[in-house]
Design a protein around this ligand. Structure first.
Ligand code: SF4
Length: 383
Protein backbone atom coordinates (compact mmCIF):
# COMPACT_ATOMS: atom_id res chain seq x y z
CA UNK A 1 0.00 0.00 0.00
CA UNK A 2 1.31 3.44 -0.89
CA UNK A 3 2.37 5.50 2.11
CA UNK A 4 0.78 8.86 2.70
CA UNK A 5 3.24 11.51 1.62
CA UNK A 6 3.53 15.15 2.52
CA UNK A 7 1.89 16.02 -0.82
CA UNK A 8 -1.23 14.09 0.15
CA UNK A 9 -1.77 16.12 3.31
CA UNK A 10 -3.68 19.13 1.90
CA UNK A 11 -6.23 16.98 -0.02
CA UNK A 12 -6.62 14.76 3.04
CA UNK A 13 -7.17 17.73 5.31
CA UNK A 14 -9.64 19.08 2.75
CA UNK A 15 -11.49 15.75 2.69
CA UNK A 16 -11.68 15.68 6.49
CA UNK A 17 -12.89 19.29 6.56
CA UNK A 18 -15.55 18.55 3.95
CA UNK A 19 -16.55 15.40 5.85
CA UNK A 20 -16.97 17.33 9.11
CA UNK A 21 -18.97 20.13 7.54
CA UNK A 22 -21.09 17.59 5.64
CA UNK A 23 -21.80 15.75 8.91
CA UNK A 24 -22.71 19.07 10.58
CA UNK A 25 -25.08 19.88 7.72
CA UNK A 26 -26.62 16.42 7.93
CA UNK A 27 -27.01 16.81 11.71
CA UNK A 28 -28.74 20.16 11.25
CA UNK A 29 -31.08 18.73 8.60
CA UNK A 30 -31.89 15.75 10.84
CA UNK A 31 -32.61 18.14 13.74
CA UNK A 32 -34.88 20.19 11.47
CA UNK A 33 -36.76 17.19 10.10
CA UNK A 34 -37.29 15.70 13.56
CA UNK A 35 -38.05 19.08 15.08
CA UNK A 36 -35.23 18.64 17.60
CA UNK A 37 -34.06 22.21 17.07
CA UNK A 38 -37.20 23.27 18.95
CA UNK A 39 -35.95 21.42 22.02
CA UNK A 40 -32.55 23.13 22.10
CA UNK A 41 -32.09 26.74 23.25
CA UNK A 42 -32.69 28.92 20.16
CA UNK A 43 -29.79 30.63 18.41
CA UNK A 44 -29.88 34.41 18.05
CA UNK A 45 -32.69 35.97 16.02
CA UNK A 46 -31.55 36.73 12.49
CA UNK A 47 -34.58 38.46 11.06
CA UNK A 48 -36.67 41.40 12.27
CA UNK A 49 -39.88 42.56 10.62
CA UNK A 50 -40.32 46.03 12.09
CA UNK A 51 -43.77 47.52 11.53
CA UNK A 52 -43.30 51.25 11.95
CA UNK A 53 -46.97 52.13 11.50
CA UNK A 54 -50.43 50.82 10.70
CA UNK A 55 -51.54 54.15 9.26
CA UNK A 56 -51.85 54.34 5.49
CA UNK A 57 -52.37 56.77 2.62
CA UNK A 58 -54.69 54.26 0.86
CA UNK A 59 -57.51 51.87 1.77
CA UNK A 60 -56.92 49.03 -0.66
CA UNK A 61 -59.82 46.60 -0.73
CA UNK A 62 -57.80 43.45 0.01
CA UNK A 63 -55.67 45.00 2.81
CA UNK A 64 -55.87 43.28 6.21
CA UNK A 65 -55.48 46.66 7.91
CA UNK A 66 -57.61 49.07 5.87
CA UNK A 67 -59.50 46.84 3.41
CA UNK A 68 -63.05 45.53 3.41
CA UNK A 69 -62.37 43.23 6.37
CA UNK A 70 -59.41 45.12 7.77
CA UNK A 71 -58.67 45.52 11.48
CA UNK A 72 -57.72 49.20 11.09
CA UNK A 73 -54.92 50.99 12.90
CA UNK A 74 -54.77 49.62 16.44
CA UNK A 75 -51.77 51.69 17.54
CA UNK A 76 -52.67 55.33 16.84
CA UNK A 77 -50.38 57.61 18.83
CA UNK A 78 -48.57 54.74 20.56
CA UNK A 79 -46.07 54.25 17.71
CA UNK A 80 -42.38 53.91 18.62
CA UNK A 81 -40.58 57.22 18.32
CA UNK A 82 -37.64 57.70 16.02
CA UNK A 83 -35.30 57.59 19.06
CA UNK A 84 -36.83 54.31 20.24
CA UNK A 85 -36.42 52.75 16.80
CA UNK A 86 -32.80 53.94 16.64
CA UNK A 87 -32.07 52.44 20.09
CA UNK A 88 -33.67 49.15 19.11
CA UNK A 89 -31.65 48.96 15.89
CA UNK A 90 -28.47 49.67 17.93
CA UNK A 91 -29.34 46.80 20.26
CA UNK A 92 -30.02 44.21 17.54
CA UNK A 93 -27.14 45.20 15.26
CA UNK A 94 -24.86 42.71 17.03
CA UNK A 95 -27.02 39.83 15.79
CA UNK A 96 -26.10 40.81 12.22
CA UNK A 97 -29.73 40.39 11.20
CA UNK A 98 -31.75 41.30 8.13
CA UNK A 99 -34.46 43.91 8.65
CA UNK A 100 -37.70 44.19 6.74
CA UNK A 101 -39.85 47.25 7.35
CA UNK A 102 -43.36 45.85 7.33
CA UNK A 103 -46.78 47.07 8.38
CA UNK A 104 -48.55 49.56 6.14
CA UNK A 105 -47.11 52.20 3.79
CA UNK A 106 -43.81 53.17 5.51
CA UNK A 107 -43.59 56.64 3.94
CA UNK A 108 -46.53 57.77 6.09
CA UNK A 109 -43.82 58.22 8.73
CA UNK A 110 -41.96 61.43 8.11
CA UNK A 111 -38.87 59.89 9.76
CA UNK A 112 -38.80 56.82 7.54
CA UNK A 113 -35.72 57.86 5.56
CA UNK A 114 -33.66 58.74 8.68
CA UNK A 115 -34.64 55.35 10.14
CA UNK A 116 -33.44 53.59 6.98
CA UNK A 117 -30.24 55.62 7.15
CA UNK A 118 -29.69 54.52 10.74
CA UNK A 119 -30.21 50.86 9.84
CA UNK A 120 -27.71 51.14 6.99
CA UNK A 121 -25.19 52.95 9.22
CA UNK A 122 -24.86 49.55 10.94
CA UNK A 123 -24.43 47.80 7.58
CA UNK A 124 -27.67 45.87 8.09
CA UNK A 125 -29.46 44.69 4.93
CA UNK A 126 -32.86 46.37 4.77
CA UNK A 127 -35.92 46.04 2.59
CA UNK A 128 -39.48 47.35 2.62
CA UNK A 129 -42.75 47.27 0.69
CA UNK A 130 -44.41 50.39 -0.65
CA UNK A 131 -47.38 51.33 -2.79
CA UNK A 132 -45.06 53.89 -4.39
CA UNK A 133 -47.45 56.84 -4.21
CA UNK A 134 -45.37 58.95 -1.82
CA UNK A 135 -42.06 58.28 -3.52
CA UNK A 136 -40.99 61.51 -5.22
CA UNK A 137 -37.70 62.57 -6.81
CA UNK A 138 -36.05 63.74 -3.58
CA UNK A 139 -36.95 60.61 -1.65
CA UNK A 140 -35.76 58.43 -4.52
CA UNK A 141 -32.39 60.18 -4.57
CA UNK A 142 -32.06 59.74 -0.82
CA UNK A 143 -32.95 56.04 -0.96
CA UNK A 144 -30.08 55.53 -3.38
CA UNK A 145 -27.67 57.53 -1.23
CA UNK A 146 -28.64 55.56 1.86
CA UNK A 147 -27.98 52.29 0.04
CA UNK A 148 -31.32 50.57 0.70
CA UNK A 149 -31.05 46.97 -0.47
CA UNK A 150 -34.47 45.96 -1.77
CA UNK A 151 -37.82 47.66 -2.39
CA UNK A 152 -41.00 45.69 -3.04
CA UNK A 153 -43.78 47.42 -4.96
CA UNK A 154 -47.29 46.00 -4.64
CA UNK A 155 -48.94 46.03 -8.06
CA UNK A 156 -52.05 43.94 -8.45
CA UNK A 157 -52.23 43.61 -12.21
CA UNK A 158 -52.72 45.91 -15.18
CA UNK A 159 -53.90 49.51 -14.79
CA UNK A 160 -57.57 48.60 -14.63
CA UNK A 161 -57.23 45.87 -12.00
CA UNK A 162 -54.75 47.80 -9.88
CA UNK A 163 -56.77 51.03 -9.89
CA UNK A 164 -59.96 49.16 -9.03
CA UNK A 165 -58.26 47.71 -5.94
CA UNK A 166 -56.28 50.77 -4.84
CA UNK A 167 -57.87 53.85 -6.35
CA UNK A 168 -57.71 55.67 -9.65
CA UNK A 169 -54.26 56.87 -10.69
CA UNK A 170 -52.39 54.56 -8.31
CA UNK A 171 -51.05 52.33 -11.14
CA UNK A 172 -49.55 55.32 -12.92
CA UNK A 173 -47.92 56.63 -9.74
CA UNK A 174 -46.51 53.26 -8.69
CA UNK A 175 -45.07 52.45 -12.11
CA UNK A 176 -43.67 56.00 -12.42
CA UNK A 177 -41.85 55.47 -9.10
CA UNK A 178 -40.26 52.29 -10.49
CA UNK A 179 -39.23 54.07 -13.70
CA UNK A 180 -37.67 56.81 -11.62
CA UNK A 181 -35.63 54.42 -9.48
CA UNK A 182 -34.47 52.60 -12.59
CA UNK A 183 -33.36 55.89 -14.24
CA UNK A 184 -31.55 57.03 -11.07
CA UNK A 185 -29.77 53.68 -10.83
CA UNK A 186 -28.67 53.91 -14.45
CA UNK A 187 -27.47 57.50 -13.99
CA UNK A 188 -25.43 56.49 -10.94
CA UNK A 189 -24.38 53.11 -12.33
CA UNK A 190 -25.55 51.29 -9.24
CA UNK A 191 -27.54 48.11 -8.80
CA UNK A 192 -29.31 49.00 -5.53
CA UNK A 193 -32.04 49.16 -4.51
CA UNK A 194 -33.14 45.96 -6.13
CA UNK A 195 -36.73 46.54 -7.23
CA UNK A 196 -39.19 43.69 -6.98
CA UNK A 197 -42.83 43.89 -8.01
CA UNK A 198 -45.17 41.73 -5.94
CA UNK A 199 -48.22 40.81 -7.98
CA UNK A 200 -50.67 38.89 -5.83
CA UNK A 201 -52.69 36.26 -7.65
CA UNK A 202 -56.43 36.31 -7.07
CA UNK A 203 -59.42 35.54 -9.25
CA UNK A 204 -59.27 38.98 -10.92
CA UNK A 205 -56.11 37.90 -12.71
CA UNK A 206 -57.31 34.51 -13.93
CA UNK A 207 -56.67 34.17 -17.64
CA UNK A 208 -54.80 37.47 -17.70
CA UNK A 209 -51.59 36.90 -15.73
CA UNK A 210 -49.29 37.27 -18.73
CA UNK A 211 -51.20 40.32 -19.97
CA UNK A 212 -50.79 41.93 -16.54
CA UNK A 213 -47.04 41.20 -16.52
CA UNK A 214 -46.68 42.79 -19.99
CA UNK A 215 -48.63 45.80 -18.86
CA UNK A 216 -46.39 46.33 -15.81
CA UNK A 217 -43.28 45.75 -17.93
CA UNK A 218 -44.38 48.39 -20.44
CA UNK A 219 -45.48 50.93 -17.85
CA UNK A 220 -42.17 50.65 -15.96
CA UNK A 221 -39.98 50.49 -19.10
CA UNK A 222 -38.97 47.06 -17.79
CA UNK A 223 -37.46 48.92 -14.84
CA UNK A 224 -37.93 46.23 -12.19
CA UNK A 225 -35.37 43.56 -11.36
CA UNK A 226 -37.94 40.86 -10.83
CA UNK A 227 -41.67 40.35 -10.74
CA UNK A 228 -42.83 37.95 -8.08
CA UNK A 229 -46.07 36.11 -8.66
CA UNK A 230 -47.27 36.23 -5.10
CA UNK A 231 -49.80 33.71 -3.90
CA UNK A 232 -52.77 35.22 -2.08
CA UNK A 233 -52.70 35.14 1.74
CA UNK A 234 -56.26 34.24 2.64
CA UNK A 235 -58.29 31.96 4.84
CA UNK A 236 -61.71 30.34 4.36
CA UNK A 237 -64.39 30.52 7.08
CA UNK A 238 -63.95 26.78 7.83
CA UNK A 239 -60.16 27.13 8.12
CA UNK A 240 -60.58 30.18 10.34
CA UNK A 241 -62.67 28.34 12.91
CA UNK A 242 -60.22 25.40 12.90
CA UNK A 243 -57.33 27.83 13.29
CA UNK A 244 -58.97 29.57 16.22
CA UNK A 245 -59.78 26.27 17.92
CA UNK A 246 -56.16 25.15 17.49
CA UNK A 247 -54.54 28.32 18.84
CA UNK A 248 -56.98 28.42 21.74
CA UNK A 249 -56.12 24.83 22.65
CA UNK A 250 -52.35 25.28 22.26
CA UNK A 251 -51.75 28.87 23.31
CA UNK A 252 -54.92 30.09 25.01
CA UNK A 253 -55.25 32.75 22.25
CA UNK A 254 -58.15 33.75 20.02
CA UNK A 255 -56.31 35.07 16.92
CA UNK A 256 -58.87 37.85 16.30
CA UNK A 257 -56.89 39.43 13.46
CA UNK A 258 -56.84 36.26 11.34
CA UNK A 259 -60.40 37.09 10.23
CA UNK A 260 -58.98 40.02 8.26
CA UNK A 261 -57.77 37.42 5.72
CA UNK A 262 -61.27 36.13 4.96
CA UNK A 263 -61.50 36.88 1.27
CA UNK A 264 -64.31 34.93 -0.37
CA UNK A 265 -64.52 37.37 -3.29
CA UNK A 266 -60.84 36.77 -4.13
CA UNK A 267 -60.79 32.98 -4.02
CA UNK A 268 -59.63 31.16 -7.14
CA UNK A 269 -62.45 28.94 -8.44
CA UNK A 270 -60.26 26.73 -10.67
CA UNK A 271 -56.79 26.29 -9.10
CA UNK A 272 -55.76 23.73 -11.74
CA UNK A 273 -56.38 26.26 -14.51
CA UNK A 274 -54.36 28.83 -12.56
CA UNK A 275 -51.49 26.33 -12.10
CA UNK A 276 -51.47 25.70 -15.87
CA UNK A 277 -51.52 29.41 -16.58
CA UNK A 278 -48.59 30.05 -14.22
CA UNK A 279 -46.64 27.10 -15.63
CA UNK A 280 -46.85 28.78 -19.03
CA UNK A 281 -45.15 31.97 -17.85
CA UNK A 282 -42.64 30.70 -15.29
CA UNK A 283 -39.80 30.88 -17.82
CA UNK A 284 -40.41 34.46 -18.86
CA UNK A 285 -37.50 36.77 -18.01
CA UNK A 286 -37.37 38.14 -14.44
CA UNK A 287 -40.41 36.14 -13.28
CA UNK A 288 -40.44 34.19 -10.02
CA UNK A 289 -43.10 32.90 -7.65
CA UNK A 290 -43.54 33.05 -3.87
CA UNK A 291 -44.11 30.64 -2.29
CA UNK A 292 -42.35 28.74 -5.02
CA UNK A 293 -44.59 25.68 -5.36
CA UNK A 294 -44.86 22.90 -7.90
CA UNK A 295 -48.13 22.34 -9.75
CA UNK A 296 -49.69 19.93 -7.22
CA UNK A 297 -48.82 22.09 -4.21
CA UNK A 298 -50.10 25.19 -6.00
CA UNK A 299 -53.46 23.50 -6.56
CA UNK A 300 -53.51 22.46 -2.87
CA UNK A 301 -52.66 26.03 -1.86
CA UNK A 302 -55.77 27.44 -3.55
CA UNK A 303 -58.01 24.58 -2.44
CA UNK A 304 -58.35 22.56 0.75
CA UNK A 305 -55.31 20.36 0.07
CA UNK A 306 -52.45 19.91 2.52
CA UNK A 307 -49.69 22.44 3.16
CA UNK A 308 -46.51 22.00 1.12
CA UNK A 309 -44.38 22.37 4.26
CA UNK A 310 -44.47 20.10 7.27
CA UNK A 311 -43.50 22.51 10.01
CA UNK A 312 -43.00 26.24 10.64
CA UNK A 313 -39.53 27.15 11.88
CA UNK A 314 -40.03 30.93 11.86
CA UNK A 315 -39.94 31.25 15.70
CA UNK A 316 -36.36 29.97 15.60
CA UNK A 317 -35.33 32.69 13.15
CA UNK A 318 -36.99 36.00 13.90
CA UNK A 319 -39.79 38.17 15.18
CA UNK A 320 -42.23 40.89 14.21
CA UNK A 321 -42.11 44.19 16.10
CA UNK A 322 -45.45 46.00 16.08
CA UNK A 323 -45.72 49.82 15.88
CA UNK A 324 -45.99 50.11 19.69
CA UNK A 325 -43.01 47.81 20.35
CA UNK A 326 -44.96 44.61 21.00
CA UNK A 327 -43.02 41.56 19.82
CA UNK A 328 -44.78 38.63 18.13
CA UNK A 329 -43.74 35.53 16.25
CA UNK A 330 -46.37 35.57 13.49
CA UNK A 331 -46.66 38.20 10.77
CA UNK A 332 -49.81 39.56 9.15
CA UNK A 333 -52.09 39.14 12.20
CA UNK A 334 -52.32 35.34 11.83
CA UNK A 335 -51.87 34.92 15.61
CA UNK A 336 -51.99 38.51 16.77
CA UNK A 337 -52.72 38.08 20.47
CA UNK A 338 -49.73 36.00 21.57
CA UNK A 339 -47.49 38.93 22.52
CA UNK A 340 -44.03 37.83 23.63
CA UNK A 341 -43.09 41.12 25.27
CA UNK A 342 -42.50 44.77 24.45
CA UNK A 343 -39.20 46.37 23.52
CA UNK A 344 -40.09 49.49 25.51
CA UNK A 345 -40.04 47.40 28.68
CA UNK A 346 -37.68 44.49 28.04
CA UNK A 347 -34.48 43.68 26.23
CA UNK A 348 -35.00 41.73 23.02
CA UNK A 349 -32.71 38.91 24.26
CA UNK A 350 -34.98 38.49 27.28
CA UNK A 351 -38.10 38.45 25.08
CA UNK A 352 -36.55 36.01 22.58
CA UNK A 353 -35.78 33.49 25.34
CA UNK A 354 -38.69 34.39 27.65
CA UNK A 355 -41.57 32.29 28.89
CA UNK A 356 -44.07 33.35 26.21
CA UNK A 357 -41.55 32.54 23.46
CA UNK A 358 -40.82 29.14 24.99
CA UNK A 359 -44.54 28.41 25.28
CA UNK A 360 -45.08 29.24 21.60
CA UNK A 361 -42.12 27.15 20.42
CA UNK A 362 -43.14 24.18 22.47
CA UNK A 363 -46.76 24.40 21.19
CA UNK A 364 -45.44 24.59 17.63
CA UNK A 365 -43.11 21.64 18.26
CA UNK A 366 -46.17 19.59 19.18
CA UNK A 367 -48.58 20.72 16.43
CA UNK A 368 -45.93 21.46 13.72
CA UNK A 369 -48.26 24.10 12.19
CA UNK A 370 -51.60 25.76 12.79
CA UNK A 371 -54.37 25.70 10.14
CA UNK A 372 -53.63 29.27 8.96
CA UNK A 373 -49.92 28.52 8.53
CA UNK A 374 -50.62 27.03 5.12
CA UNK A 375 -50.89 30.51 3.61
CA UNK A 376 -48.52 32.41 5.90
CA UNK A 377 -45.49 33.77 4.05
CA UNK A 378 -43.15 32.91 6.94
CA UNK A 379 -43.96 29.24 6.53
CA UNK A 380 -42.03 29.41 3.26
CA UNK A 381 -39.60 32.27 3.86
CA UNK A 382 -37.27 30.37 6.18
CA UNK A 383 -36.82 27.20 4.14
S1 SF4 B 1 -46.42 29.75 9.67
FE1 SF4 B 1 -47.89 29.79 11.39
S2 SF4 B 1 -46.68 29.66 13.29
FE2 SF4 B 1 -45.31 30.16 11.56
S3 SF4 B 1 -45.16 32.38 11.59
FE3 SF4 B 1 -46.80 31.89 10.16
S4 SF4 B 1 -48.71 31.86 11.36
FE4 SF4 B 1 -46.98 31.81 12.80
Amino acid sequence: MRKTTKDDAPPLREMVRKGVSGAKRLGKTACRVLGLDFLLPPGDPVFFDIELSHRCNLSCRMCWYHGTRGIGDRYGDRELTRREVFDFVDRIAGYKPGIYIGGTEPFVRSDFLPILGHVKSHGIPVSFTTNGLLLDNDKTAELLSIGVDTIYFSIDGDREIHDRERGRGSFEKATAAIRRISEFKKARSCSRPVVRVNMTINNRLLGGVERAICSIRNATNDGFDSLVIHLLRYITPGELSKHREAVLRSLGCRAPGAASHLAPDYEVPDPAALADEIAGIRDLPKISMFPDLGRGDLVHYYSDGPCARKRCIAPLRGVVVKPNGDVLFCPDEWIDDHVLGNIREQDIAEIWKGEKARKFRSALFRVKQFPACKRCSWMYAFG
